[in-house]
Design a protein around this ligand. Structure first.
Ligand SMILES: Nc1ncnc2c1ncn2[C@@H]1O[C@H](COP(=O)(O)OP(=O)(O)OP(=O)(O)O)[C@@H](O)[C@H]1O
Ligand SMILES: [Mg+2]
Length: 313
């Protein structure tokens, strides 16, 4: 199995965020409110949202350029420096004044999460259209990591992407969050979870048959090549044109931490598909990668070596 993704040039567009973790202890209650006074002992930040996709792509060895925005604050700077340290290109991430970097802070007391503090402001991000059209030509694949924070808002963006002979761009792969999938028209592959799928269709999702029916309908409606429906610990179903249907069972993990599993799926799937053009192979790689990711606590990345080891079992 040749899984060398180092030649694959990826343009990753999406909502970049940062997750900050604070672990502390407490010896007393606050005199101000019935809450413990926590003394931090360890803290660290890791990229979230599209940032986690970038980290996953980097762990798999691809060449990544990010497009999106952060705020002109300590969190934005920290996020860019973590990405850059992994060799991820961030020059096309716009640093915006008077806009807060999307941040999730989790506070733990004796290893138990006690609260989460979210900072976010939905932005109406604007991107120069002509520039983008030229830019996308230089990449093999384009990944959209939509978390509905406003980077992906410009109208009919994908439809206008040219894939002519002078362009390297072969595939557009989307992790959706919007209820209306018409926004993603022009994408080759879209990877909703069951929740996202249910919101995008009027068909009631209750079993594999209804999942397939909903996917077929959405493919017809929006001309996708494939929908990869993620079913959590039940694995995934891949549906394509011409009655293409594949059921892929999960490598079941009994106590999973599913945070960021979807980011691992789109990363591994995109690279394996770019390399082979084989959707079933790509989904098998992604399904294995996700099983490894959910075995690890928190948002996580996976290596090619780990994927090979799992598939060799
Ligand atoms: N318990 C599990 N054991 C093995 N694999 C799992 C388990 N849970 C999830 N997976 C794998 O992770 C993939 C993605 O999980 P899920 O369907 O929860 O996606 P998601 O909702 O997009 O994730 P996220 O929470 O990151 O948004 C699944 O298709 C499956 O391959
Ligand atoms: Mg998801």
């Amino acid at each position: 199995m040749n899984l060398d993704f180092s030649d694959i040039k990826v343009l990753l567009i999406g909502d970049f965020m940062i997750d900050h973790y604070i672990f502390g202890t407490s010896t007393r209650m606050s005199p101000e409110a019935p809450v413990p006074v926590i003394i931090p002992e360890k803290e660290y930040s890791i990229p979230g949202g599209a940032g986690n996709v970038a980290m996953n792509l980097a762990a798999l060895g691809a060449d990544i350029t990010c497009l999106g925005c952060v705020g002109n604050d300590i969190w934005g700077k920290s996020l860019l420096s973590i990405l850059e340290n992994k060799g991820i290109k961030t020059e096309k991430i716009e640093i915006i004044d008077n806009y807060p970097t999307t941040l999730k802070q989790r506070i733990y007391l004796d290893d138990k999460q006690v609260t989460r503090l979210d900072t976010e402001k939905i932005i109406n991000w604007k991107l120069d259209d002509i520039d983008t059209r030229n830019l996308v030509k230089k990449y093999d694949i384009m990944i959209l990591s939509d978390y509905n924070k406003g980077v992906l808002n410009f109208e009919s963006f994908l439809i206008n992407i040219e894939r002519s002979y002078e362009s390297r761009l072969k595939h557009i792969i989307v992790d959706p969050k919007k209820d209306d999938f018409s926004y993603y028209t022009g994408a080759n592959i879209i990877t909703p979870n069951l929740n996202e799928l249910a919101k995008a269709t009027t068909i009631k999702i209750h079993d594999n048959q209804s999942i397939v029916a909903a996917c077929k309908h959405l493919i017809e409606e929006h001309s996708f090549e494939y929908i990869v429906a993620k079913k959590g610990d039940k694995g995934m179903i891949v549906v394509g044109k011409d009655n293409f249907i594949k059921h892929i069972d999960a490598h079941f993990v009994s106590t999973p931490d599913v945070t960021g599993a979807g980011d691992t799926v789109i990363s591994a799937l995109s690279l394996a598909y770019a390399q082979t053009n084989d959707i079933e192979f790509a989904c098998n790689i992604a399904n294995a990668a996700a099983a490894i990711a959910v075995r690890k606590p928190g948002t996580n990345t996976v290596t090619i070596k780990e994927i090979k080891e799992l598939l060799a079992k």
